[in-house]
Write a protein that binds this ligand. Structure first.
Ligand code: HEM
Length: 399
């Protein structure tokens, strides 16, 4: 007889001072699944991550998290209602399709010189500047500048929309009422901002992504909320993720000086593997979540349709069945799967992967060239959270 979901053990108690990785590793040590206080089932292995990315028997969450939080209207609700990430099947294809061509690997690769130009403007002035706030100096501005360039927002607006993005995105995870209210307010601000961008492009078309997208969606089937939500989705998905990933990767490199020395010595060879390992070791995405659409028995547990399963990235990316010595940060490892799991899988696999990788690689190369002797100034930053985009704390570097 298979076990039922209610037979799955609860998460172990959180022990004060534990890191997210330690907490999740303890849960994984109990067995293949654990249940949280809301009854949501977490799974831990790479096999389970691959399993839930298979849309033949799972589907993406739509408005359920909003409804569970009692939210039935407002800017965040409209965003979740309209964006590709929280849609399935034909609705998802209609929303993603008009952007896929613009984000094709080849087109994005052509942006590399632009990314390099921007890192070369941001990094060299830091040399000799003493203690530098890394998030403000580089990890925040670079992705925000690139997303602004892609959606045609002027550089002068970047600091405003970046701050609103970091706040708005917190409303996508389980959060307090206070955070939800702030997030809704900031999402409202972003909606108005994107509406103005769209109106300007409709009046004055240019040779850019936004004009191309607006051309492709003219005449349907997307409604105005969906048109706006796809552009908002790029801004939201493309800023905080890369910011956290760059900070976490640089932090790990500086905590492993012998590996940072390898990047400094030969950035062309080691920047890309360092990025892949940084994304694995302390992932900026905490978990991926799906509903089951049909009954399925996994490891002796029967999941009926409509079961919510969250697979922890923290444990899947340290799965000993995939990675040798998984708790070791090692830019020379050769056991990364061909497609990096931190970008998800199936129909929702990250649209911005190529851009994110280019930003991370060019940032590392520029840091290696101009700040080879940089060091952490103070405690290393912490990525915190088990779901959606994990929040990154401050990092100061001595330049
Ligand atoms: C290190 C940086 C990044 C990571 C780790 C990351 C990770 C992810 C993951 C895991 C998903 C799938 C979520 C799910 O299946 O539930 C996703 C989706 C998405 N990402 Fe990223 N992302 C990053 C950067 C970016 C950037 C720079 C952009 C945009 C320019 C972007 C745009 C998107 C979009 C539009 C989706 C939705 C795709 C869909 O639903 O079809 N991401 N990302």
């Amino acid at each position: 007889m298979p076990l039922k979901i209610r037979d799955i053990p609860q998460f172990p108690e959180y022990i004060q001072g534990q890191t997210d990785h330690q907490f999740m590793a303890n849960a994984r040590a109990q067995g293949p699944f654990a249940r949280d206080r809301f009854g949501i089932v977490s799974a831990f292995s790479m096999a389970h991550l691959n399993l839930i990315m298979d849309d033949r028997w799972t589907r993406q969450v739509e408005l359920e998290t909003m409804r569970a939080a009692g939210v039935a209207s407002g800017p965040m609700f409209d965003f979740v209602r309209g964006v590709m990430l929280f849609a399935n099947d034909e609705t998802h294809r209609h929303r993603r399709g008009p952007l896929v061509r613009s984000f094709a690997h080849k087109l994005i690769a052509e942006l590399r010189p632009e990314v390099a130009r921007r890192t070369e403007a941001l990094v060299p002035p830091l040399a000799g500047a003493g203690s530098v706030d890394f998030l403000t100096a580089l990890a925040g501005p670079l992705p925000a500048q690139m997303i602004a360039a892609i959606v045609g927002a002027p550089d002068k607006d970047i600091p405003f929309f970046a701050d609103h993005v970091y706040s708005a995105i917190r409303g996508l995870s389980l959060c307090s009422d206070e955070v939800r209210i702030a997030s809704d307010h900031d999402m409202g601000w972003l909606q108005d901002y994107v509406d103005r961008l769209i109106a300007r492009r409709r009046d004055h078309p240019e040779e850019d992504l936004l004009t191309g997208f607006l051309d492709r969606v003219r005449g349907g089937p997307l409604d105005e909320n969906e048109v706006r939500a796809q552009i908002l989705g790029l801004i939201v998905a493309g800023s905080d993720t890369t910011r956290g990933a760059l900070t976490a990767t640089v932090s790990q490199l500086l905590q492993h000086p012998e590996q940072w020395a390898m990047v400094v010595e030969d950035p062309e060879t080691w920047a890309a593997p360092a990025v892949a390992e940084g994304l694995r070791f302390d992932p900026v995405i905490g978990a991926l979540v799906r509903f089951t659409t049909e009954p399925r028995e996994i490891e002796g547990v029967l999941f009926p349709p409509q079961s919510l399963i969250a697979v922890s990235m923290l444990t899947a990316l340290r799965d000993p069945a995939v990675y040798a010595d998984p708790d070791r940060f090692d830019i020379t490892r050769t056991d990364h799967p061909r497609l990096h799991p931190v970008f998800g899988g199936g129909p929702h696999r990250c649209l911005g992967e190529a851009l994110a990788r280019i930003e991370l690689e060019e940032a590392l190369k520029s840091l290696a060239r101009h700040l080879p002797h940089m060091a952490l100034d103070g405690p290393p930053p912490v990525l915190r959270g088990y779901g959606a985009v994990r929040a990154v704390s401050q990092m100061h570097i001595r330049c």
